[in-house]
Design a protein around this ligand. Structure first.
Ligand code: F3S
Length: 393
């Protein structure tokens, strides 16, 4: 790979040890994927923030990088293993909390904005069309590439951090226009009723086309929340990092020859597959993290009611602050539901604490089953709230 003089100096350690290590990671990646050069990035989002995933080895790596590393572009974090302020309320142990705080401190030392969210585009880390970025959370990568029209590969935690500390990424994969073209037309012959249908459709598409890039036809409209859910689900079930949706997403693409059709019955079947016949003991909304509109809806639905089950609402802290200001948080907390800021059901260490999760997120269903061995109930927001209000049997 051809490096500029500045990049060469970074690699030689003339800009410090952390930058040297970062450049080593990026050049190794570039060599593996056949990149010809580095390009500048304008935004970074780092996953692998939970101490549950990082362990002591990950924490040591971060502490080492924090000795002399500083971010060069706007960088935010994916959810951590706990709510950084209210971890006790969510049943996190003090030992875990201490380690998790050290992880966050190391990032802060490097000037990473320590807002932990998988929806960075809701809190100001929102690149514009055509910008090269280095994001790592799979749902945000699919959303960033497809809905925002920015360009990113799916980075691992270390390579995203390396981009943050250098402002660079190797030019390969989805940074190149020729790799961003649709490979299969997906004709959808069904009306979609809300977020759960978008999640179920994305599951069907992901499972059928795997990581090919789809050009999806037949969807008349989609809200930002529906697109966030769709992005999370297609990335989970298909490994898809970029999709085109005719009339909805902004990227231009050639129209491919290969075509598949998806009928309503497949979406109904996918909805069924996401549901187990089991008694719910926890409800969780906010995978990916809630928008302020979703919090507003939850406040309306929970107003004056009392939940009878554990209820987590996963959200970025800045969005929760808006909810505080509007009085939504008080309504929600008075009902007994809890905010889980900075974290989520999947990265928090909750295995063994619950048996059956109700959620409106197809991605949550996947990980609740695979990681935590929970049963799942997949329903829209209103039904999830209704379930939370029912007495446990
Ligand atoms: Fe976000 Fe956690 Fe879901 S990181 S996309 S809320 S699994």
């Amino acid at each position: 790979m051809k490096l500029t003089q500045e990049e060469q100096e970074m690699l030689e350690g003339k800009q410090g040890n952390a930058v040297k290590k970062a450049m080593e990671i990026l050049t190794a990646l570039g060599d593996i994927y056949g990149a010809k050069k580095m390009i500048d990035v304008t935004s970074v989002q780092i996953a692998g923030v939970s101490y549950d995933n990082l362990g002591d080895a990950g924490l040591e790596f971060l502490a080492e990088m924090a000795k002399d590393g500083k971010t060069r572009v706007l960088t935010t974090l994916n959810p951590a293993g706990m709510d950084l302020e209210n971890w006790q309320t969510l049943g996190i142990s003090p030992e875990f909390a201490e380690k998790q705080k050290k992880v966050i401190e190391a990032f802060k030392e490097m000037d990473v904005i320590t807002t932990c969210t998988c929806t960075p585009y809701f809190i100001g880390n929102s690149p514009r069309f055509g910008e090269h970025i280095a994001w790592s959370e799979s749902s945000a990568v699919a959303f960033g590439n497809s809905v925002l029209g920015a360009k990113t590969n799916r980075e691992g935690g270390p390579s995203a951090l390396a981009s943050a500390l250098t402002g660079k990424t190797p030019e390969y994969g989805l940074h190149l226009e020729e790799n961003r073209q649709a490979q299969v037309i997906v004709q959808v012959n069904s009306e979609l009723k809300g977020i759960t249908d978008f999640g179920a459709l994305a599951k069907v598409i992901g499972e059928r086309i795997k990581n090919k890039i789809p050009f999806i036809r037949g969807i008349k409209k989609a809200s930002i929340e529906e697109l966030k859910s769709f992005s999370a689900s297609i990335a989970t079930y298909g490994g898809t990092a970029l999709f085109h949706m005719e009339g909805i997403t902004p990227n231009k693409t050639i129209i491919p020859q290969e075509k598949i059709t998806i009928e309503e019955k497949e979406i109904i079947q996918a909805n069924k597959e996401l549901n187990d016949d089991s008694e719910v003991d926890i409800v969780s909304i906010g995978c990916p993290h809630c928008s302020i509109k979703e919090i507003q809806q939850l406040a309306k639905l929970l107003n004056g009611k009392k939940v009878k089950k554990e209820f987590w609402i996963c959200v970025a802290r800045p969005i929760k602050k808006i909810a505080d200001q509007m009085g939504y948080s008080k309504i929600i907390e008075d009902s007994g539901a809890k905010f889980a800021c900075d974290t989520c059901m999947v990265v928090a260490p909750i295995k063994g604490k619950f048996k059956c999760l109700a959620t409106n997120s197809a991605k949550s269903v996947y990980y609740a089953r695979a990681k935590n061995k929970f049963k799942t109930v997949y329903k829209n927001l209103e039904e999830c709230v209704e379930i939370s209000l029912r007495e446990a049997i």
